[in-house]
Write a protein that binds this ligand. Structure first.
Ligand code: SAH
Ligand code: MG
Length: 238
């Protein structure tokens, strides 16, 4: 590994990892993870690991906070590793080298695992492998930051919002990727859940953090997380 602070080496590792996170947005994401960790929150949740690119930006932010004296924190990165609809063969974001030759299905887990290992980030990153809403409905650890970048279709995006937004602690952050105000730039669901988070009154924009298609919100004080016992039930679809 080259010289330089650990958080900088992790940024380099993120840039070398395949994925869908532009550097400028990754740096903004790292900054939120740093803030969350400096604020004393011990976990970040990411929905949509893919090959670990955005995960390593988050890990870099945590590492920087640790170097400034923060208490230990980790990123739980959730993914079933079989790809979103938009990653499947025939769709725009398909990468054939990620298909497991035996099963014929996408499997990004070996790539994710290797990227985290190569970056030397196994102490900062924990893979949570499975269906996101199923995990969210059973999740107990409060999060200082939830980053939603899973399936971008209507059903998966809303299930991720309903399942995970309640886990953001008071004073914590909710970040959403691929939010496009103009339909010509990209799909609607991430934008719609971002609007809903704002109109819920539970979240407000984090000043200065909006970068590219990354939107960063902060849970208002007094708006309790996990307010409804059924708030994260994926079968609730209203
Ligand atoms: N954050 C990554 C990109 C994530 S791509 C980066 O910036 O590089 C979206 C990921 O969401 C895919 O890897 C896909 O497998 C995952 N995903 C989609 N639907 C899911 C679900 N229901 N449960 C778990 N993971 C899901
Ligand atoms: Mg994305």
């Amino acid at each position: 590994m080259s010289a330089g602070a650990r958080h900088e080496r992790l940024l380099e590792a993120a840039r070398e990892t395949r994925g869908f996170m532009p550097d400028e947005e990754g740096l903004a994401l790292a900054l939120v993870a740093e803030r969350s960790t400096l604020a004393g929150f011990s976990s970040v949740v990411e929905v949509g690991s893919y090959c670990g690119r955005s995960t390593l930006y988050l890990a870099s932010g945590i590492a920087r906070a640790l170097s400034l004296g923060a208490a230990s924190a980790v990123v739980f990165s959730v993914d079933h590793h079989h790809g979103s609809e938009e990653n499947q063969a025939g769709f725009e974001h398909h990468d054939d080298t990620l298909v497991n030759r035996e099963t014929g299905r996408m499997d990004t887990l070996p790539f994710f695992r290797r990227a985290v290992e190569k970056a030397g980030a196994e102490d900062l990153v924990i893979a949570v492998v499975g269906d996101s809403p199923t995990i969210a409905a059973r999740w107990k650890a409060d999060a200082g930051l939830v980053f939603i970048d899973g399936g971008h279709g209507e059903a998966p995006a809303w299930a991720d919002y309903r399942g995970w937004a309640p886990h953001v602690c008071e004073g914590g952050w909710l970040a959403i990727h691929d939010v496009f105000a103009d339909p010509a730039d990209g799909g609607r669901p991430p934008f719609e859940i971002y609007k809903r988070a704002l109109s819920s009154g539970e979240f407000e924009e984090e000043p200065g953090a909006q970068t590219g298609s990354l939107r960063v919100l902060r849970r208002r004080s007094g708006s309790a997380s996990r307010s409804s016992p059924h708030g994260s039930d994926p079968s609730t679809n209203s």
